[in-house]
Structures are given as structure tokens and as C-alpha cells.
Design a protein around this ligand. Structure first.
Ligand SMILES: [Zn+2]
Length: 94
């Protein structure tokens, strides 16, 4: 189930990146987007009586993709506003 969610998010991430050509392409930012998008999706279905992930994958494929793309677009905005890659790149020369 978790893998299914990640697969869909990674798939729509490609679409979202094409729509946002200025977004940073580094691995750190892409990973952050995936993590934020996944938690957004879980958050929107956590209150479902069926249970978060089952409710999500129980929907039509088209609805799942629409939700995932929306979550990824929101995640892109968050990461673009506050990228964490700068603190991550540390050159050690000792
Ligand atoms: Zn980056």
C-alpha cells in the first residue's frame, strides 16, 4: 500500500516538475516534495472511516492521481519557499 502511494506520487512528480521548470532538481528537494506530498495525502484521508490509505486507493484511479498531483503541487510550493538543500551540502576537506 505504501509503495503504491509512493509510486503514484513519483509519477505525478514528473508532471509537476514539468509544470514548474524553475523548481530545483536536486535529490534533496525532490525527496522533500515526495515526503511532504505523502504526508498531505495521509492527512486528508486520516479522518476517513475506512482508514487513510484504504480510502485513498479505494477511489478511482483518476481521483487518486488528481489528489496526488494536488498534494505534490502544494509540496513543491512549500519546498521552493524554504529549500533545505543549502544546509545539506557540506564540503569536508579534512
Ligand atoms: Zn535543491
Amino acid at each position: 500500500m505504501k509503495n503504491y502511494m509512493e509510486d503514484v506520487v513519483l509519477e505525478v512528480l514528473d508532471v509537476a516538475l514539468r509544470l514548474n521548470p524553475d523548481f530545483c532538481r536536486c535529490e534533496k528537494c525532490r525527496k522533500d516534495v515526495v515526503l511532504i506530498a505523502l504526508s498531505n495525502i495521509k492527512g486528508s484521508y486520516a479522518s476517513s472511516p475506512v482508514g487513510e490509505i484504504f480510502a485513498w486507493v479505494g477511489q478511482s484511479d483518476r481521483q487518486v492521481r488528481t489528489d496526488a498531483l494536488l498534494a505534490v503541487m502544494q509540496a513543491l510550493e512549500k519546498v521552493a519557499a524554504n529549500p533545505r538543500h543549502n544546509g545539506q551540502i557540506q564540503l569536508k576537506e579534512n
